[in-house]
Design a protein around this ligand. Structure first.
Ligand SMILES: Cc1cc2nc3c(=O)[nH]c(=O)nc-3n(C[C@H](O)[C@H](O)[C@H](O)COP(=O)(O)O)c2cc1C
Length: 153
C-alpha cells in the first residue's frame, strides 16, 4: 500500500516507479471506527484480502520501497497477501519499509517484512506520522529526503 504523500515523496526523490496496493473489492468502510473493526477482524482471521491489478515485473528493480499505514500494530493484512504472492519475485532485492502511523512508529514492519520475504534484505525503514504527512509536508519531505540520502542508494 503505497501510502499517500509519503510514498509519492519517495517516488519524487528517487524517480521510482510506483504500484499502489488497493483492495480488489473496496469493501472497507469509511468511518474510522468501522474500519478499525474490519481491520481487527481481518487480523484475527489471518485474512489475505486480494489486491487489484497486476504487479509490474519486479526483475527490473534492485530496491523496492514498501509502505502502508500501521493498522493494529502491524501491516494491514492485504500487505501480507502482497508479500506472500511476491516473495519469490522479491528474493535477492533490498526492501525498504515505511509507515504512516499515529504513534506506533515502524511497529516491527522491518521484522515482519523480513519474516515474510526471507530471501530479501530489509533496509532501514522510516516511520512518519499520518497527520504530519497530511499537514506538515515540507518537514516530512525533508525527513524523507534525508533518509533516502542516508540509505545511500
Ligand atoms: C484500522 C486502523 C488501525 C490503526 N492502528 C494503529 C496502530 O496500531 N498504531 C498507530 O500508530 N496508528 C494506528 N492507526 C492510525 C493509522 O496508522 C493512521 O490513520 C494512518 O497512518 C494515516 O494514514 P491513512 O490516512 O491512510 O489512514 C490505525 C488506523 C486504522 C484505520
Amino acid at each position: 500500500m503505497d501510502h499517500g504523500n509519503e510514498g509519492f515523496m519517495i517516488a519524487d526523490e528517487t524517480g521510482a516507479d510506483t504500484f499502489e496496493i488497493l483492495p480488489e473489492e473496496d469493501y472497507y468502510p469509511y468511518t474510522y471506527d468501522e474500519l478499525t473493526d474490519v481491520a481487527l477482524q481481518e487480523q484475527k482471521e489471518n485474512a489475505k484480502p486480494a489486491y487489484a491489478g497486476e504487479v509490474p515485473d519486479l526483475d527490473q528493480y534492485t530496491t523496492v520501497f514498501i509502505g502502508s499505514p500501521v493498522w493494529w500494530g502491524d501491516w494491514p493484512m492485504i500487505m501480507y497477501t502482497f508479500f506472500e504472492e511476491n516473495a519469490d519475485a522479491l528474493a535477492g532485492k533490498t526492501l525498504i519499509p515505511f509507515s504512516t502511523n499515529e504513534g506506533s512508529g515502524l511497529s516491527g514492519f522491518d521484522r515482519s517484512l523480513a519474516s515474510s520475504c526471507p530471501d530479501s534484505t530489509v533496509g532501514e525503514g522510516l516511520a512518519i506520522r499520518g497527520s504530519d504527512a497530511q499537514n506538515d509536508q515540507d518537514n516530512v519531505r525533508s525527513t524523507v529526503n534525508d533518509w533516502i540520502s542516508e540509505l545511500g542508494l
